[in-house]
Design a protein around this ligand. Structure first.
Ligand code: AMP
Length: 188
């Protein structure tokens, strides 16, 4: 990824800041370094700050198994970008990280999804909020519950409760030192 390129030229701003939770994932190109850079890049988006980040969670892939393990995390943003502009910004960050189109659930350098955007529910051709894959993905719910267990989806379901009911999926918190050493550790 380049050093925080100017990603958006024209964008709509909300009158007030909105809290938005973002899911991050990577299983190619030094995932720990990808996620560390992505946290910084999110914080450099226009009118956007990163308020909180989870630990990093290693876990085996969902779907095709002939790919490396994933590293996942969740970040809380405060942003004035409108939802579609936030989506465009995330897609631009994925692109800048070198993501290319793959098969469904295929390996990727960086995946950024909008989990929630304030209390809004959106169902358009390009954007669904809350993200439809939330309730059965332990690798999203565990890092999310770590930073915001009391948060509820617009339909009232709490993240901690969704996590308790989610299907089993092995997750391992990556020790901080591994994350710090990520550039020397090609295995993640
Ligand atoms: P992905 O494979 O996860 O990068 O998602 C592919 C497409 O999903 C994107 O190009 C978006 O248009 C669409 N999409 C729908 N809802 C969302 C969401 N909440 N967050 C991110 N992408 C979304």
């Amino acid at each position: 990824m380049q050093d925080f390129p100017l990603l958006l030229t024209g964008y709509d701003l909300q009158p007030q800041r909105v809290d938005s939770f973002i899911a991050l994932g990577s299983n190619l190109g030094h995932p720990l370094a990808q996620l560390a850079r992505a946290f910084q890049a999110l914080d450099h988006l226009p009118h956007t700050r990163v308020l909180r980040v989870s630990q990093l969670y290693a876990n085996p892939p969902m779907g095709p198994q002939d790919q490396p393990d994933y590293v996942n995390a969740v970040a809380l943003l405060s942003t004035r970008l409108a939802p579609l502009d936030l989506l465009d910004a995330l897609k631009a960050l994925e692109h800048a990280a070198g993501r290319f189109a793959t098969r469904h659930w295929g390996a990727r350098v960086l995946d950024l999804d909008i989990l929630t955007y304030g209390t809004e529910t959106i169902d358009s051709a390009t954007l669904t909020i809350p993200h439809p894959g939330i309730s059965d993905r332990r690798f999203v719910l565990a890092p999310w519950a770590e930073i915001a267990p009391q948060i509820a989806l617009p339909d009232g379901r709490r993240i901690a409760d969704l996590l308790a009911a989610a299907p089993n999926h092995p997750l391992r918190v990556i020790p901080v030192q591994s994350a710090v050493d990520s550039n020397d550790r090609p295995s993640y």
